[in-house]
Design a protein. Structure first.
Length: 172
């Protein structure tokens, strides 16, 4: 009889230990999920960037927004720091000015043109754009991103001939 009692006690102890260990494991999983949730929420908090704060506030936009590893960059146009158009009538120089501004934004986020996954180009003169498009090979040295080129009737100001917007994926 004593053997049966000892075995029952041992069995009861094992059951209690199993229950306690499962309960601890469940609590640990819940804590891990809470921490993962906090990390995800923090990494998805939008980070805004203004290249020309006064101009962007006047027109009502942010030049770039980063959420997680994705960065959306508003269309860059050829303008000075006061928002005045530059290089009027010269689409090649306007293109260079756009890429110079885009590079500043990419650097702010620790990126390069190698991180660009999508580039959309809007132009008021596709024929001239195509003539000058070889310059892009100086920008995208390793590979070209996806994207769309559109000829449009007009851009924000009549002097603007080209506008370039980007989507970026920042690798960790």
């Amino acid at each position: 009889m004593k053997k049966i009692t000892n075995r029952l006690s041992l069995l009861a102890t094992l059951c209690v230990l199993t229950f306690v260990l499962q309960n601890c494991e469940q609590k640990q999983k819940e804590k891990t999920l809470e921490v993962e949730k906090e990390v995800i929420v923090e990494s998805e908090k939008p980070e805004y960037f203004l290249l020309r704060p006064e101009v962007e506030k006047a027109y009502g936009y942010s030049h770039a927004v980063k959420i997680g590893n994705s960065i959306k960059i508003s269309g860059a146009v050829s303008m000075d720091d006061e928002g005045n158009p530059t290089a009027a009538g010269d689409i090649g120089q306007q293109m260079k000015n756009c890429y110079a501004d885009l590079e500043k934004i990419l650097k702010h986020y620790g990126c390069t043109f190698d991180d660009v996954v999508k580039e959309d180009v809007f132009t008021t003169d596709m024929a001239q754009m195509l003539e000058k498009s070889a310059y892009r090979a100086e920008i995208y040295k390793n590979r070209f991103p996806t994207g769309t080129w559109l000829e449009v009737k007009g851009l924000a100001l009549p002097e603007f001939m080209i506008e370039i917007e980007l989507e970026v994926h920042k690798s960790k």
